[in-house]
Design a protein around this ligand. Sequence first.
Ligand code: SME
Length: 163
Amino acid sequence: MEQSFSYPKTLCKEQFYEAFLADYSLYIEGETDIISTMANTAAALREAFGFFWVGFYCVHDSEWLHLGPFQGTAACTRIRFGRGVCGSCWSADESIIVPDVDQFPGHIACSSASRSEIVIPVHDKARNVIAVLDIDSDTLAAFDETDRKGLEAIIRAFEATVS
Ligand code: SME
């Protein structure tokens, strides 16, 4: 099924997220392979929003996240529980917005071009964190509450496909 995730730049950010969510929810519906859905989620988000880096880190065991499907430059493969922005999102089980990565204690720099980021937890049906969605920008303070709400809604649609 061909699907383009491209929207008019005239839409405000809320409308842009709404338009994306409508297409995205239909596109991923019925697919139960989580890696396939992660891969398409990263590709669709990159196409629509032009993010510098977007991808998943997946819970591997009680201590480690491993790099999952992503779009962007090559990245570090493992992140420990509670470390960096991704590990902190996992341990706190809440979304984290970092306006300036240099000000975040323990930030893990996979690319020196990354200046700000947002990380969203992904849950299974039992509400265990099974992965985090990590999005990086090459500009400072690129993410706000509209992004958090929009991306959490996208992840809720993703979680609906997870058993
Ligand atoms: N943002 C991360 C590291 C992963 S890269 O940005 C792709 C962190 O500090 O958790």
